[in-house]
Design a protein around this ligand. Sequence first.
Ligand SMILES: Cc1cc2nc3c(=O)[nH]c(=O)nc-3n(C[C@H](O)[C@H](O)[C@H](O)COP(=O)(O)O)c2cc1C
Length: 180
Amino acid sequence: MLVLYGSKYGTARRYAEEFARRAGTAAVSVKGRVSAAEEITVFFGALYMGRVYGLKRAVKKAAGCSRLLVVTVGLADPSEPAVAESRSGAVLAAVPQRLHKSVQVFHLRGAVDFARLSAGRRLLLKMLRSMAERTDPAQRTPEMRAVLETEGESADYTDFAALDAVLRAAGLAGEAAQAE
Ligand SMILES: Cc1cc2nc3c(=O)[nH]c(=O)nc-3n(C[C@H](O)[C@H](O)[C@H](O)COP(=O)(O)O)c2cc1C
């Protein structure tokens, strides 16, 4: 199994590393070198402005695989159907149509630490926040609400238990794989 991640600040990488640990393998950056083709590729990608970071590279690296599991990691709550729907749409839009039947998509919640963000990304989040504040609460998107919840500080919604579903889809029983 090939475990890849596309991560700017480490959240998607930590999920990938924990997943790989439970699967008995190692996680590799999507920018790194991959040797042999594997049956299954599991890719963890962070969301930036609605796009999954590193997804295009992951699709290329998974070329010889029969299954590609894409796990998005973002601040908005994926238990909201609208969030899951828009993220799945973003994934499928970046994956060639012919591969859709071999792709399975999952969504996890990430983290943000304002102090560690680049000046550009901090500015972007500030702009998103002020836009969210000016939007009628009833009209706010889940992403807007997530940005407002962080209040310019940090938030960490990382939940490794959410990896169980991905482990099961990859043919590894969640609980059994967790045991050392
Ligand atoms: C500039 C910027 C844009 C973001 N856009 C989204 C987004 O569109 N949807 C979302 O759910 N989270 C979004 N996030 C939150 C990140 O996806 C979240 O912090 C994630 O855990 C980052 O993963 P990483 O640490 O692996 O880079 C954004 C964060 C920043 C700083």
